[in-house]
Design a protein around this ligand. Structure first.
Ligand code: GLU
Length: 311
């Protein structure tokens, strides 16, 4: 049995990322799962081993240990491509020559999304191109992305935090035009090959889970258990970001915070410790028995409210 934390090593982890990591670790440790770290470094430009080193150091500082070697997606492109080939052989892939702008214009021109799909879903421009239409695009020097051919079907799953969740599946990109595999494909392949049973991640990814469920089915994989946990939001109501002030352990340390204080704040913010419980007694080991995904808040936390929990 395994759980995992899968950050992108593109900068230091902020308190929102660290809270997700804490909850993923607690989920794993409270259910007898090993806890793996996977670096989602598909974007070779923004990712670096230095960011990876600092992220792992921050996890360690909070008391979140991990099992086994760290897996890096950048070292597994061949694996992702072989799974894309399997989907292609099953007739589930089509090349898409659209630019972002063409897609945006098509969406704006249409009165509503096709098949009742969510806003922003790919409108299917390249879905049924004739050979001549494809040849014309190739001749114009366009390199295609690869998309999954779906029926816009509705898929549901039981989330241990959110309850029953459902969503339409759209023709998601599986490989970018420059050949880089896309997140949804890589995550499904890795969760299967790493034998992940438990996926704990931010609830902004709950809407991508139906896509991943479909990919799992098409590739003959089982589905892990899901726990989508609430995000920490910055002052403008967006997912917490670097620009929102002192949000990383290093930045908070410069303001006098200890790692133990950060851990206590994260635990208090999801009801795993009380506001009056002294910080030194809030240790990761003590939190394991208190972890219950169904008792987690479903609402996001404001960063300012988190900071106020320092006591
Ligand atoms: N790499 C994603 C992130 O940093 C997480 C993906 C996942 O857990 O499935 O938000």
């Amino acid at each position: 049995m395994s759980g995992r934390f899968a950050p992108s090593p593109t900068g230091d982890l902020h308190l929102g990322n660290l809270r997700t990591a804490l909850l993923a670790w607690l989920a794993a440790r409270s259910s007898g799962c090993s806890f793996l770290i996977r670096m989602e470094d598909l974007d070779l430009v923004t990712s670096s081993v230095e960011h990876e080193r600092r992220q792992v150091a921050d996890l360690t500082a909070l008391g979140l240990d991990h099992d086994g070697d760290i897996v890096r997606q950048s070292e597994r492109f061949d694996l992702y491509r072989s799974h894309i080939d399997r989907l292609a052989a099953a007739g589930r892939i089509y090349p898409c020559y659209c630019t972002r702008r063409e897609i945006r214009e098509e969406i704006e021109a249409a009165a509503s999304a096709p098949h009742g799909l969510p806003d922003g879903a790919y409108p299917g421009i390249c879905r049924d191109l004739t050979d001549d239409e494809r040849d014309a695009r190739e001749a114009a020097g366009r390199t295609p992305a690869l998309r999954l051919r779906t029926d816009g079907q509705w898929l549901e799953f039981d989330d241990r935090v959110l309850g029953r969740v459902g969503g339409h599946v759209d023709d998601v990109v599986l490989a970018r035009a420059d050949g880089v595999p896309a997140y949804n494909l890589a995550v499904v392949v890795d969760d299967e090959l790493q034998a992940i049973d438990q996926v704990v991640r931010g609830d902004d990814l709950a809407s991508s889970t139906p896509r991943q469920l479909l990919l799992q089915r098409l590739l003959g994989f089982g589905a892990p258990e899901y726990q989508h946990v609430p995000l920490v939001l910055g002052p403008t109501g967006h997912r917490l970001a670097k620009r929102d002030g002192a949000v990383t352990l290093a930045e908070l340390a410069a303001e006098g915070w200890t790692a133990a204080e950060a851990l206590a704040v994260l635990a208090r913010s999801v009801g795993l410790a009380t506001a009056t419980e002294p910080t030194p007694t809030v240790t990761t080991d003590r939190l394991i028995d208190r972890y219950d995904p169904s008792a987690l808040p479903r609402e996001p936390s404001a960063f300012a409210d988190l900071v106020a929990l320092r006591g």
